[in-house]
Design a binder for this molecule. Structure first.
Ligand SMILES: Nc1ncnc2c1ncn2[C@@H]1O[C@H](COP(=O)(O)OP(=O)(O)OP(=O)(O)O)[C@@H](O)[C@H]1O
Length: 628
């Protein structure tokens, strides 16, 4: 039975008739991966009419599977959550299977709109080829590469209402330890999910290498600036140079076999200690290495893990931290070092967190500090104007053009820094042109003219989730890689531990030559409790008002904006309310077995808010709090 009747489906159905009739299936009808899997499924004695996917899995079985696969889930969870959030309303179910094809975690299976297919992707469902025949995850595990299985390509009739895309996850030893899968109703639409899924898997694999205990990590790439990008190869060595693990890209790049014991000296024909010394001495500037097989790569300490992903266990986080680097550096220091070496920096963070302030600081301390700092806010400009603003135009290029033509922002930034703010708002067709400029370092103005050579440092900023936009095909993935040499995420003010110091600094700034006023205890407490949706910008404005209204050298509650003042006033009699809130949070976490997303849903609050409350009430480490 096929649910839709596209040409694709007709080909598959024809292929299936040939297959069942014992005839050879021509390649043009169907992917050879699928036919191989059909053949194996048949040899295993499966029948298309078997019913296995929708059998009930008991709660205790689900828990058992989740417990037995804790380590894998811990690595996968943050990316799975991110991916699921990014896919938003698109009705995808995202899941992780272990090496045996068992679903160990899934998100979205319980959605009302997925009620008919969801049960087959719940924790504890066995999607291995032995049991379920041809499925995305089973093929990805066996073929060790990304696989798309749509509708009638599935072996079992009951699986044909799905389309699924699966990407295998390789551990630092190169073994397949599971796969990420995204499934939805089979409706013949092109999915566009493969790229975001592969990105998520890359991130998981990199996290696994970063979590190897006792490892010194080296990032490699054949393009020096990409040795700091998401696309980098990562090699983990013990202190005496034994290779402990690598991500798949490093394996491909350096062409070494899975499972072979290896050390740095035999891989690159030079001592490991020497490389360490050189990198430390020259501030982590990439060093050119060559393998015995003649592959040349640029290597540096792997320092991209600026902010460990939430949800990765503490032990993994400790191993992944940059403690083992030559010196403990702040994210701003690392960003500066990368920027100084022409690595494009991508700054993320909510509005008002200081993205432009950081960009200016990078420029002022950077290699082109004597040149201009040109900032463009891509969201503030109508799409029709961005092109001419960026690229400039020749005289008479179009009606209404200035008589002498115009030098675009790219050219203006020559010799300096170009800061593209809200890069996520750049229209797609301009993304293509931007990519070309960044790759070729030259441009032609609108209306023709000669090629202009470009030389500038690049910083981009966004408050959008670009990975999510790549998933929705609103942002080009190749441009994302290009601008994301190093990603710095500025935390929202409510998560910062140094609010007190910031308040002090801003009070001094806002007071100018005068002595900064004091804060009353109530005002200070209100400032510390307020959630700051507008971040530093809002804090700055609140303090500006406070400084202006202060009486007798003191800022009190009435001198602050009303909503902040209320936050302080509300504390009176707060004890009871707060206790009730703690109990509600504790109960929800208990009821959902420590699953933060489920608990947040049941409380009707955002996940980030629940995390904040868990931290605020110190429940993160308690048994009733986060249990995984
Ligand atoms: N570290 C800081 N110290 C003092 N003031 C700061 C700091 N960071 C940011 N600010 C102030 O906060 C305000 C917002 O900063 P900025 O414009 O850099 O934020 P943004 O993240 O780029 O915001 P948006 O996304 O809305 O463009 C500015 O007025 C800036 O002066």
């Amino acid at each position: 039975m096929s649910l839709i009747d596209s040409e694709f489906d007709r080909h598959i159905v024809r292929a299936r008739q040939l297959f069942l009739g014992g005839c050879e299936v021509p390649d043009r009808l169907i992917d050879a991966v699928v036919v191989r899997s059909w053949e194996r499924s048949r040899r295993r004695g499966l029948a298309a009419s078997d019913k296995v996917l929708f059998n009930h899995v008991s709660y205790s079985d689900q828990r058992r599977v989740a417990d037995a696969n804790r380590a894998l889930i811990a690595h996968v969870e943050p990316e799975l959550q991110r991916l699921y959030a990014a896919l938003g309303q698109a009705d995808w179910i995202v899941a992780c299977v272990n090496a045996q094809g068992m679903v160990v975690r899934s998100l979205g299976a319980e959605r009302p709109t997925c009620r008919d297919i969801g049960p087959a992707l719940r924790t504890g469902v066995d999607l291995s080829e032995d049991i379920a025949g041809t499925t995305g995850p089973s093929c990805a595990l066996i073929e060790a590469r990304p696989v798309v299985i749509s509708g009638p390509e599935h072996f079992l009739d009951e699986a044909r209402r799905y389309s699924c895309v699966a990407v295998p996850i390789l551990d630092p030893a190169g073994a397949v330890v599971g796969a990420l899968d995204a499934s939805r109703h089979h409706d013949g639409r092109r999915s566009g999910i493969l790229e975001p899924l592969a990105l998520a898997v890359r991130s998981i694999e990199n996290g696994m290498v970063a979590a190897l205990p006792g490892a010194l990590r080296i990032a490699v790439h054949y393009v020096p600036e990409l040795a700091a990008s998401q696309m980098r190869g990562i090699l983990a060595f013990s202190a005496d140079g034994e290779l402990l693990g690598a991500n798949p890209f490093a394996r491909q790049l350096l062409e070494f076999d899975v499972g072979r014991r290896m050390d740095f000296d035999s891989l690159f024909g030079r001592p490991f200690a020497g490389l360490m010394d050189t990198l430390r001495r020259n501030g982590n500037t990439a060093v050119l290495l060559e393998t015995a097989g003649g592959v040349r790569v640029h290597a540096r300490f792997d320092v991209d893990a600026l902010r460990p992903a939430a949800g990765v266990p503490a032990a993994a986080r400790a191993a992944a931290s940059t403690d083992r680097l030559p010196s403990r550096a702040s994210s701003a220091d690392i960003a500066q070092r990368a920027f100084d070496r022409d690595v494009p920096v991508l700054i993320g963070g909510e509005t008002g967190t200081g993205k432009e302030v950081l960009a200016r600081r990078l420029h002022e301390n950077g290699p082109r500090r004597d040149g201009p700092f040109i900032a463009i806010n891509c969201s503030a400009m109508p799409a029709s104007l961005i092109e001419s603003e960026l690229f400039g135009y020749e005289a008479g290029a179009f009606t209404g053009a200035r008589r002498g033509g115009m030098v675009g922002k790219f050219e203006q930034a020559n010799g300096g820094t170009l800061f593209l703010d809200e890069i996520g708002d750049m229209p797609l067709e301009l993304q293509t042109r931007l990519l070309r400029v960044l790759q070729e370092h030259e441009l032609t103005r609108l209306g023709g003219g000669s090629l202009v050579k470009l030389d500038f440092s690049l910083i981009c900023a966004t408050h959008s989730d670009l990975v999510a936009m790549v998933a929705r095909q609103q942002f080009r993935s190749d441009l994302y890689y290009r601008i994301n040499g190093l990603r710095v995420i500025l935390p929202p003010l409510r998560e910062r531990k140094d609010i007190d110091e910031l308040i002090g600094q801003l009070l001094t700034d806002e007071s100018g030559a005068l002595a900064a006023p004091r804060l009353s205890a109530a005002a200070r407490s209100a400032l510390l409790r307020y959630p700051w949706p507008g971040n530093i910008r809002e804090l700055q404005q609140a303090l500006r008002l406070g400084v202006a209204l202060a009486e007798n050298g003191e800022i009190d509650l009435p001198h602050l904006p009303v909503e902040i003042g209320q936050c302080g006033a509300a504390q009176v009699g707060m004890g009871l309310l707060e206790r009730a809130e703690v109990e509600a949070v504790r109960a929800a976490m208990r009821q959902h077995g420590g699953n933060v997303s489920a608990a947040a849903r049941s409380l009707g609050i955002a996940r980030a808010t629940l995390y904040r409350k868990l931290r605020q009430f110190d429940l993160l480490t308690q048994p009733d709090g986060l249990t995984h």
